[in-house]
Design a protein around this ligand. Structure first.
Ligand SMILES: NC(=O)c1ccc[n+]([C@@H]2O[C@H](COP(=O)([O-])OP(=O)(O)OC[C@H]3O[C@@H](n4cnc5c(N)ncnc54)[C@H](OP(=O)(O)O)[C@@H]3O)[C@@H](O)[C@H]2O)c1
Length: 346
C-alpha cells in the first residue's frame, strides 16, 4: 500500500505570533526503508514554546528550522516497518520526528518508550524534556534547600508544574504563578503547591510580599517580562534565579525586554543563571528514573493536555501555548497509524 506522508513545513519567518501563512502543509512520499532503518508512524507531537525560537533565523543553542523544512518537533510514534534489529514493529519510540505523519529513522537519537512507566504522551512531558528541564533546572541550577521559599512562573505548564513539585519534595515552600483561577486551584489542590498567584487578576508584587515576607530563595523563571521584574524585587539574600525560558517575550516584535530590576542581584548577592537541558544529556537516565519513581509513589503528579488533531491543525495548536490554553504538557495526538505484522502499514 502506498503511504502518503502529510507534513507541516515552515513557509515564512514569522513576525510576532506565527500566522497560518507561515506554514505549508503538503503530502510527500514516504521514503523507502533501507537496511538498519525503520519507519515510524508519528502519533503524539510535543508542542513546545521553543518551537517559536526555532522559527527565527538567529544563532541559538540549536540551528533554526530552514524555510521549506519540515517543522522540528519531539514526538512519540510506533514502528510500522522495520529492517533494524533493535526496533520491532509495534514498539513505541521517541525522537525528533518532526511535524509529519511518518519518518524513516536509523535509530540515532531515538529511544524506546516503556508504556509500563507512563503513557506515550507522558514520555513527551514529565518523562521527557519537560520533566528533565524541571529536574536539572530546579535541582542543579536552583539548588533549593529544605525550608526555603521557591517561586515558579508558568507554574501550570509542563516544566513549571513539575519544577514546583520537585521543590515541594525537597521540603521547600512553593509558590506558583499562573494565569487564571482554575490553574491556580489545580496547583494548590492537586499538586500541593503552598500557594498560587493568578498573574492575570492579582497584583503579583503585592501577593509576593504577603506570601514570601522573608524573600524568595529560588525563582524558576519560565516567562520573563514583568513577572521576572516583580520577583527580582523580592529576592532573599544569596537567592538563585533560574532562567528556564521567557515565553512572554517569544513573540515580541520590538527588541526583547530584559529585566530592569537586575541590580537586586547585587543588593541581595544573588545569581541569575540560564541553562539548556541538552547539556545534561549524560545524566538523563538518573533524572528519568527518579521522576518515574516519584510518579510511581505519588510524590509528584503529571498532566498531559491532549489535543486530538491532524497535521494541518498544528499551526493553531501551537498558538494554544501563547494563549495559555494548556494545563500541563501540551501534546497533539494524531490519528493512530495501523500496524501490521512486519509487512508494512495500510
Ligand atoms: N532551558 C531549557 O532547556 C528549556 C527546555 C524546555 C522548555 N524550556 C522553557 O520552559 C518554559 C515552559 O515551557 P513548557 O513546555 O513547560 O510550556 P508550558 O508552560 O506548558 O506552556 C506555556 C505556558 O506559558 C504561559 N504563558 C504564555 N504566554 C505568557 C505570557 N505572556 N506571560 C506569562 N505566561 C505566559 C501560559 O500559561 P498561563 O496560562 O499561566 O499564562 C502557557 O500555558 C518555556 O519558557 C520554555 O522555553 C526551557
Amino acid at each position: 500500500v502506498q503511504l502518503t506522508n502529510r507534513q507541516c513545513r515552515l513557509a515564512a519567518r514569522p513576525q510576532g505570533l506565527p500566522r497560518a501563512s507561515d506554514w505549508e502543509c503538503v503530502d510527500d512520499a514516504v521514503a523507502d526503508v533501507g537496511d538498519r532503518q525503520f519507519l515510524v508512524g508519528v502519533e503524539y507531537l510535543s508542542i513546545d514554546p521553543a518551537m517559536r525560537g526555532w522559527m527565527n533565523p538567529v544563532r541559538s543553542y540549536i540551528a533554526p528550522v530552514e524555510i521549506g523544512e519540515v517543522m522540528r518537533a519531539a514526538a512519540v510514534g510506533r514502528v510500522v516497518q522495520s529492517r533494524h534489529p533493535d526496533f520491532r514493529v509495534g514498539d513505541y519510540v521517541s525522537g525528533a520526528f518532526g511535524v509529519q505523519q511518518y519518518t524513516v529513522s536509523d535509530g540515532k537519537g531515538v529511544t524506546a518508550v516503556d508504556p509500563a512507566i507512563g503513557s506515550p504522551a507522558a514520555h513527551l512531558g514529565v518523562l521527557g524534556l519537560g520533566g528533565l528541564t524541571a529536574y536539572f533546572g530546579m535541582l542543579d541550577v536552583g539548588k533549593p534547600q529544605p525550608g526555603q521559599t521557591v517561586v515558579v512562573s508558568g507554574a501550570a505548564g509542563s516544566v513549571g508544574s513539575i519544577a514546583g513539585q520537585i521543590a515541594r519534595v525537597q521540603g521547600c515552600r512553593t509558590i506558583g504563578i499562573a494565569g487564571g483561577h482554575a490553574k491556580c486551584d489545580w496547583l494548590v489542590e492537586e499538586l500541593g503547591f503552598d500557594s498560587a498567584i493568578d498573574y492575570k487578576s492579582e497584583d503579583v508584587r503585592r501577593r509576593l510580599r504577603e506570601l514570601a515576607p522573608d524573600g524568595v530563595d529560588v525563582y524558576f523563571d519560565n516567562v520573563g517580562g514583568d513577572i521576572l521584574d516583580d520577583v527580582l524585587l523580592r529576592l532573599a539574600p544569596r537567592a538563585r534565579v533560574v532562567i528556564s525560558g521567557a515565553i512572554s517575550q517569544y513573540n515580541a516584535t520590538e527588541p526583547m525586554r530584559g529585566p530592569s530590576n537586575y541590580l537586586q542581584l547585587l543588593v541581595r548577592r544573588a545569581s541569575m543563571t540560564g541553562f539548556v537541558i541538552f547539556d545534561y544529556a549524560k545524566r538523563y537516565p538518573e533524572a528519568l528514573s527518579q521522576l518515574a519513581e516519584w510518579l510511581r509513589t505519588g510524590a509528584i503528579r503529571s498532566r498531559e493536555d491532549l489535543i486530538e488533531a491532524r497535521i494541518d491543525d498544528f499551526p493553531d495548536v501551537l498558538l494554544r501555548l501563547f494563549r495559555g490554553e494548556n494545563t500541563g504538557k501540551l501534546v497533539m495526538a494524531l490519528p493512530a497509524t495501523e500496524v501490521s505484522d512486519g509487512a508494512g502499514a495500510s
